[in-house]
Ligand binder design. Sequence first.
Ligand code: SF4
Length: 387
Amino acid sequence: MDLLNTLVDKGLRRELPTREEALAVLATSDDDLLDVVAAAGKVRRHWFGRRVKLNYLVNLKSGLCPEDCSYCSQRLGSTAGILKYTWLKPDEASQAAAAGLAGGAKRVCLVASGRGPTDRDVARVSDTIKAIKEQNEDVEVCACLGLLSDGQAERLREAGADAYNHNLNTSEGTYADITTTHTYADRVDTVRKAHAAGLSACSGLIAGMGESDEDLVDVVFSLRELDPDSVPVNFLIPFEGTPLAKEWNLTPQRCLRILAMVRFVCPDVEVRIAGGREVHLRTMQPLALHLANSIFLGDYLTSEGQAGKADLEMIADAGFEVEGADQVTLPEHRAGGGCGSHESAGCGSREGGGACGSSAPSPSSEPRSDLVAVRRRGAGTDLAPNA
Ligand code: SF4
C-alpha cells in the first residue's frame, strides 16, 4: 500500500505525516490491519529495537478529587467503588515501588489525585522520591500530581524526579465536553512547565470517549508539537459510576490502528500502552507490542491489570525483551540524561480507557464491564501488590 510505504519512510526520517495520512491509518480496513501493524512495527523497531520498557504505578492518594474529568473513577461525584485513601507515607510508597522494580519495572510513576499539588504536597512527594531513590539508585521516577504552579516543577526536579506526566487526554475542541473544572490550556501549560524545569515531559491521550477520528489526530498532532519524550495511550475504562460508563466504543482492531497512528506521528518517542490495555486489546495485546515500546506492569490506579507474570510471559512469547536499567530508552538524538530524552523520559497514565473514537463508534463492541476489576490490592491496602 502506497500509504504505508510513505508512512514508514517518513517515520524513519522523523518527518511529520500529513493529517490526511494519519486519518487514513484510522480508516484502514480489517483486511489491511496486519499490513498496518507491520509497517508501524518497522518504525518502532528502527528507533526502539525489540525492547519493552516497564513502568510501575504507585497511587499515592486515591479518590476524593474535586475535579470533574468524566472519564475518571476518582472524580467529583464518582460512585465507582474504588479505594479511597489520602497520601501514602514515603516508606509505604517506597515499599510499593520496590515490588514493581523487583518485577522488572525501570520507572516508577508516582500519581496523586487532585487538581494539583500544594507546596506541602510537593514537599511530601519530594521526600517520597528521595526514599525511593535511596533504595534504588537507578530507578527513574516520574511524578503525576496534576496542574503545577510556578516553581513546583523545579522543586520536583531538585528532589530527584526525572519526569513529569500530564496528559492532554483529548483534542482542544472536545476538551470542555469531558472536563469543566480546568481547561486544555491549563494542561498544556503544565507540560511546558515540566519541560522548562528540565523534567522529561510525558503527555498522552485517552481514546474511546466518543471523540471523532479528527479529534484523535488533533490531539496526537498537538502532542507532537509539544514534543514530550513519552506518550501514554489510554483506552477508556468505562467505570460504572462515571458519566462515561456506557462508552464501550472500542475494538482490539481499533486500538491497534490508534497505536499505529500514534507511532507514525511520534515515531521516535516512547509510546506507552496505558490504562485499558487488557480491557480493550484483550488477546490482541501481543500485536500491540509491535507498535508501542512501553507498558505498565501490574495494576493501574484504581483498576487491576493482568498478573505481572503474564505481562512478562507475553513479552517473551511475542519475541520482545524487557528493557534493562542499563539501557537508554530513547534514541540517541533525544537522549540527554539518565532516562533518556531532552533530559530523561516520561511517565504517564491515569486511568484512561479504551479506544474507538470515530464519529460513529463501532456497534460491534459490546459492553464488557465484566472485564473491569476495581483494584483491591497493593498501595492503600494490606494486600500484596501485583507485579
Ligand atoms: S483525572 Fe485527575 S484531576 Fe481529573 S478527576 Fe481524575 S484525579 Fe481528578
